[in-house]
Design a protein around this ligand. Structure first.
Ligand SMILES: [Zn+2]
Length: 249
């Protein structure tokens, strides 16, 4: 189409409500997928401005550093209000616009329920928007250009804090070191003895150990060292039993 500015199509778009959710929940999967030749982007819904430690400005730099470790094609922030965003038309339209912009087959997003109430609300917002994005009568614009409808094939929710039973797990054994590296880019959020800020649930040294322990526990379920776990509301179909046999234990 004349004058239409098309953004690079991505295979996977990973959403997190707070910068660092993606690193904690699905960065191993992102690293593995990029190594397999997939194009991946990250979208943060908020700037995490209500976080006890750090500030929105510092977290922006931290998120950019983590994006480099992950090797993602794009990282954008929708600048919704941390803690107060809603799953309503206004917010759904923002998510629809970004989905139509990058046209991913797969969306990764927050857990359907979690310790932080923003996570469950974000999960529902992204899931609803992913469906609505496929309806051509919902008109959205990028600049003055009308966007084409686009429905991702799957929305997968990464298990982050609360342990939920996974519908499937993704082997990230080879990428655990870089997953932790990406998490540690958030210098103000996690364990950092040099920092004079209040301690929080996630800033204790035990928290990072728990992230590793969780990945080990999920990996053990399929006989590998580390894995990330996912919940899907849609049944996953395969064309060959090889998909299962590769990971049989
Ligand atoms: Zn979060």
């Amino acid at each position: 189409m004349m004058g239409e500015k098309m953004f690079e199509k991505l295979d996977i778009l990973a959403f997190g409500v707070h910068p660092d959710d993606v690193e904690l929940g699905c960065s191993g999967t992102i690293l593995a997928s990029i190594a397999q030749g997939k194009k991946v982007g990250v979208v943060d819904l908020t700037r995490g401005e209500l976080g006890t430690r750090g500030s929105a400005e510092i977290r922006k730099e931290e998120a950019a550093a983590a994006a480099k470790v992950l090797g993602v094609t794009i990282r954008e922030n929708l600048e919704m209000a941390d803690g107060f965003f809603q799953n309503d038309e206004n917010h759904q339209r923002k998510v629809i616009e970004i989905i139509r912009k990058y046209r991913p087959e797969i969306i990764l997003c927050n857990s359907t329920e979690d310790r932080h109430p923003d996570h469950g609300r974000s999960a529902q917002l992204v899931q609803d928007a992913a469906f609505l994005s496929g309806l051509r009568k919902i008109e959205t614009y990028m600049g003055r250009q009308k966007q084409q409808e686009w429905r991702p094939k799957y929305v997968f929710h990464y298990i982050q804090d609360r342990f939920l039973h996974p519908d499937f797990v993704f082997d990230i054994s080879e990428f655990m070191e870089y997953k932790i590296k990406s998490v540690l880019c958030y210098k103000t959020q996690f364990h950092n003895p040099d920092l004079d800020e209040p301690q929080t649930y996630i800033s204790s040294p035990e928290f990072l150990e728990a992230v590793k322990a969780r990945a080990m526990m999920l990996g053990k379920r399929i006989g590998v060292k580390y894995a990330e776990g996912y919940i899907t509301k849609k049944v996953i179909g395969v064309k060959t039993f090889d998909s299962f046999i590769q990971h049989a234990t």
